[in-house]
Design a protein around this ligand. Sequence first.
Ligand SMILES: *Cc1c(COP(=O)(O)O)cnc(C)c1O
Length: 331
Amino acid sequence: FTKYIGVRHTIGTGSGTSALQVALMALGVGSGDEVILPAMTFYATGEVVALLGAQPIFVDIDPKTFNLNLEKVEASITKNTRVILPVHLYGQPVDMDPLDNIAKQYGIKILEDCAHSTGATYNGNKVGNLGTMGAFSFYPGKNIGSIGEAGAITTNDDHLAQLCREYRDHGSIKKFIHNRIGLNARMDGLQAAVLSVKLPHLDSWNESRRRIVKQYLDLLSNKVAELPQKNANIDHVYHIFQVQIEQRDKVFRLMREHGVEVNMHYPVPMHLHPGFAYLKYKKGDFPVAERLADRTLSLPCYPEMKEKQVNKVIDILNDVLSKQHFKHKCK
Ligand SMILES: *Cc1c(COP(=O)(O)O)cnc(C)c1O
């Protein structure tokens, strides 16, 4: 994995969540610190920040890329900002050059959340090799999945790598000597074995995902749903292919009734989760993330999916939407 990502160090962990947690511990994040992250991501990205006693600072997303809005990032920096935690959402890398400039200017570290984006590149470099550290998830549903739970941290920094190795294993690097308060966040050896066998196939699986998305984009019309766009200097790995749609909850239900396993990523933005109520954000704070949460619909997209199956999903979606439209008109 170290060679695949092009970094100096990989530290295997028990999950993507523990990869994020251990990386933040190595970066020294704790009480009084602030960590900037997007308002649209999986809960764990903010959860680990809060768990360490630091303050998650949510920032709205860009309406085209669905990734961190960089202007809003800069406006959210304070003297307490310790880390910026960009998420390469859906498998699309964040525009890292300008983010890196902001981080350098303020002396802030970047921890990439690469859970959706294993194998994705930005200007030819793999995610996980674009910031100070990267955190990966090998949850079974991710682009490369274990048969249980697993994750990894990547970094080019020897000292941070050493700290991660200690924190993930009870603060210990040598048996019976415990240097700091850590965790059991080690990767299970069985998962490592499975992942080693799967890794050589990852690029071809990601290529299949791109082929499936191309078929979707060629056959779906922007009149039917708002289709995502991508920047030219990145390789998107489409962990999730989502479109935006009116009356999403109804379309979701009808698609499921027709046997199509659509999904939602994510129906609740970070600041509106009950778990983060203590942060005192309110509805309306992050309008772009809120609009996406109400409208996003993920269509099936996995490497083994056949051309015929994609066509069928498109047919059913068109059918469901035309009926929706009809009902709407009758009212
Ligand atoms: C899956 C995921 C995680 C957590 O990874 P686990 O392996 O499930 O702990 C973190 N961030 C994002 C964006 C994810 O999708």
